[in-house]
Design a protein around this ligand. Sequence first.
Ligand code: PRX
Length: 574
Amino acid sequence: MTTLNLLPNKAENHIYNLNNYQDGVTDFSWQEVEKQFSWYNSEKVNMAHECIDRHVDDGYGDKVALHYLNDEEEIQFTFSQLKEKTDHLATILKTNGVKKGDIVFIFFPKNPDCYIAMMAAVKIGAVAGPLFEAFMEEAIRDRIADCNGRYLITDSELVKRVPKGDLPTLKKIFVTAEPEQCAVGEISLNELLRLTKTERNVTEWLDLDDRLNIHYTSGSTGKPKGIIHAHQAMIQQYQTGKWVLDIKEDDVYWCTAHPGWVTGTVYAIFAPWLNRATIVLFGGRFDAESWFSTIERTGVTVWYSAPTAFRMLKAEGDAILQRYDLTSLRHLLSVGEPLNPEVIHWGIEKLGQRIHDTWWMTETGAQLIVNLPSEVIKPGSMGRAFPGIEVAILDDEGTKQPSGQIGHLAIKAPWPAIMREVWKNKEKYDSYFRFGEWYLSGDLAYQDEDGYVFFQGRSDDMINSSGERIGPFEVESKLIEHEAVAEAGVIGKPDPVRGEIVKAFIVLKKGYENSPLLIKEIREFVRYKLSAHAAPREIEVLDELPKTKISGKILRRELKALEEERQLQTGVSV
Ligand code: PRX
């Protein structure tokens, strides 16, 4: 294995928060990390307090906590201002009946309202349920209905997608709009903000075990499942923010993910604020010019994104790089899908920066396998176990495999940020622990002699497109609701930019003719009913789908093999 020039940039004499992996591993204990929190002495636990209020208490009230910009506007909030705003909204939620443990769904684009709503809900001990901004009716219904969600905070545009009539448990919908803009059953937040006086000491003090947030995530079967994390996750989220993101006092930190995905909550909000960083929030879609200009304008120093985004930036060519001053960047990280060695080389050559891969999952609540900034990178590897974490590769019987052997990527449970439950689905929760204390990730991987882990794929049919997790079942269910579709099988088709794209194989009902117009209509149907990111980019009509002989279940694996075979024949490499 070549390491090329992938050594850490010691020439700068930079001192990382963890300057040596071995130092981190030796005598590591999560109990030591606990001493960093104000609750260690006060016994008053609350994530929102540790992220915002304690920094005000500690004298950092004037530090910029959030630097928001989009293509038209730019606004900054200090920690003091965020404390005020989250206290105010927390008071409103509380006086409107939201109690500790209630799930509050939050449905916004990437903007300050989204972050403030998340923290206000957490402040009063509610369980924050961020929804991805591209979700349409069906995706929203599935999630809110699954946990009988009672509260939703959203804006006047996105509220139009909420199927209120199908959600009888949804009692209160708060909308950032004036009363006259609100439909029946919606509550004007603008008015409540004017009328409500902030309650002093609105924070609800909690236990480490109390629920913090719920993220719905897809697997290869069934509808999305609600993964619950507890406040205790902050222990690991803080420490990975310190050692892996390497956040220091002067850092300006940007994570490009939306809070509807776990990265957008844990590493775009919690971990950086637990470490008192200034967070950059860009509100807009991916666009190379806007992204580079965000880095230049705000002076981003630490940048966390995904391989698809890096590949898209790379595809823009070199000329664009000359137009922006990106010299503020000092530490780059990636997550969500395999990071190709070519992209790492691009980072080094064109940005003068190594890109540090990290591995974790919604269920794990924080990074578990990482490339620390002070260590050698091996291209193609996701890195090594974070201190305090034990990784193993297991065979089908749960036996540990030697280095070099591919098997199931497993982690010794528990660790502080691990999910606490799958909402009302113990069977699903238990399925991760088939081998007792080993949490089974569903990923296949091998480890080398130095402990570096190399991702080899999934052991199930889950699709990963642009780092976003998509369940084939959800897409198939939507496809067969279309009047022309009799059957559907959905797979991830390897793609050089997005890692995988969603591809659907369908059988048409009698009387329907395959035509580009019909295919477009079917695609749009999924896009506008479910969500843009899950709509198949390719739809192919077959006469029949491969199925198991006995149960008649569609064999996605055969569809996938068919697709891979074709790519081999046409010489397309991914
Ligand atoms: O297959 C792995 C892939 O993303 C899955 C988890 O998806 P999600 O819960 O949406 O969380 C994504 C970000 C935390 C994993 O089971 N994955 C995540 N990171 C990597 C990865 N695949 C390859 N390399 C990674 N670094």
